[in-house]
Design a protein around this ligand. Structure first.
Ligand code: ADE
Ligand code: ZN
Length: 352
């Protein structure tokens, strides 16, 4: 851990920077596996499982991916997940994602899944978890990618339903390391899930929650104070509250920022207007992630490349900081993190 970002060149030729952003070792900490379901795989699984789709072909489905906000996306995202029925479907979806992640320099993936989206359709929870877990084991064996699962509760459903989902999942608890909170945020404060998060904390799970994506900074405070989460997913609206920024920076609470998602769901109008540089300047532990890559225009490396292209104040030092933040913000062991940071340092040492 000797390399310091200050010793890095301030700029690099564009193509060299792109190559660096793609190959640098990184962790992806905010990806919904159902959001990695590409239209081609949706059609293939629909055919395999005899499921009827509302769109005639891949092009028509892709053309429907024009969103005005989070809810307009979620409606299409939950419908797309309707083709997932069998263990092999969950495996195939996660395996496709993990191969792409490996190609993007991802050494560690902490993958969200939404069991309630599937159990509500009659798919048993063990089908979901065992299929995803098999892909994670395969990623370690065949790709050298460390992949783990985080079970997310849907915040548009009740806390009772979240508690029931947790009970259903507990026989498979060795297959997931943490829990999260996702789905529509507006008008659904984190406090609604206080009891289920307290129970998960007592059970020893890692805790994360989406907050401050569309919701106000107060939801970030609540996620920390009431849910006691270790990371905030998105969190970009924290800059509206200087006291909150100080708090997040002082405690080094990681923010899993998703630039493409924020533009597609109209949190920011363009990548050039994204507040990622301001988050870093404020001393926050920001990371870059893909959220729902099949829906938002690209995987993690594309998020890095296009965001850096749009924001010229981002260069090699910020690339190093973002990659290092992601490795350190992961829930891996200290030894794993140290080994990954050493690989990151060698990647950047080649620049000098
Ligand atoms: N589920 C999938 N993507 C999401 C997002 N960006 N915010 C909340 N819930 C989600
Ligand atoms: Zn998300």
């Amino acid at each position: 851990m000797k390399l310091l970002p200050q010793t890095l060149p301030e700029t690099l030729p564009r193509l060299q920077l792109h190559a660096l952003l793609r190959r640098m070792p990184k962790a992806e900490l905010h990806v919904h596996i159902e959001g990695s379901l590409e239209p081609e795989l949706i059609f293939a699984l629909a055919q395999r499982n005899g499921v009827a789709l509302a769109y005639p072909d891949v092009a028509a489905l892709r053309a429907a991916y024009a969103f005005s906000d989070l809810q307009s996306f979620l409606d299409i995202y939950y419908a797309g997940a309707g083709v997932l029925l069998h263990e092999a479907d969950f495996h195939d979806m996660a395996w496709a994602y993990l191969q792409r992640a490996a190609a993007d320099g991802v050494l560690r993936a902490e993958i969200f899944f939404d069991p309630q989206t599937h159990t509500a359709r009659g798919v048993p929870i063990d089908t979901v978890i065992t299929g995803l877990a098999r892909a994670c084991r395969r990623a370690q064996a065949e790709l050298g990618v460390s992949a783990v699962l985080i079970l997310c509760f849907l915040r548009h459903l009740s806390e009772e339903e979240a508690l029931a989902t947790l009970e259903q999942a507990l026989p498979w608890r060795e297959h997931f390391i943490g829990v999260g909170l996702d789905s529509s945020e507006r008008g659904r404060p984190p406090g609604k899930f206080a009891r289920v998060f307290a129970r998960c904390r007592a059970l020893g799970f890692h805790l994360v929650a989406h907050a401050g994506e569309e919701g106000p900074p107060a939801y970030i405070h609540d996620a920390l104070d009431i849910l006691r989460v270790e990371r905030i997913d998105h969190g970009v609206r924290c800059l509206e509250d200087p006291g909150l920024v100080q708090r997040l920076a002082a405690a080094r609470v990681p923010l899993t920022v998703c630039p493409f998602s924020n533009v597609k769901l109209r949190v920011f109008d363009t990548l050039a207007q994204h507040n990622l540089p301001a988050l870093l300047d404020a001393g926050l532990c920001a990371t870059v992630n893909s959220d729902d890559p099949a829906y938002f225009g690209g995987y993690i490396a594309d998020n890095f490349v296009q965001t850096f292209d749009a924001l010229p104040q981002l260069g090699p030092s910020q690339a190093y900081a973002l990659a290092r933040n992601s490795l350190e913000a992961s829930f891996a062991t200290a030894a794993e993190k140290a080994a990954w940071v050493a690989r990151l340092d060698s990647c950047f040492a080649e620049l000098n």
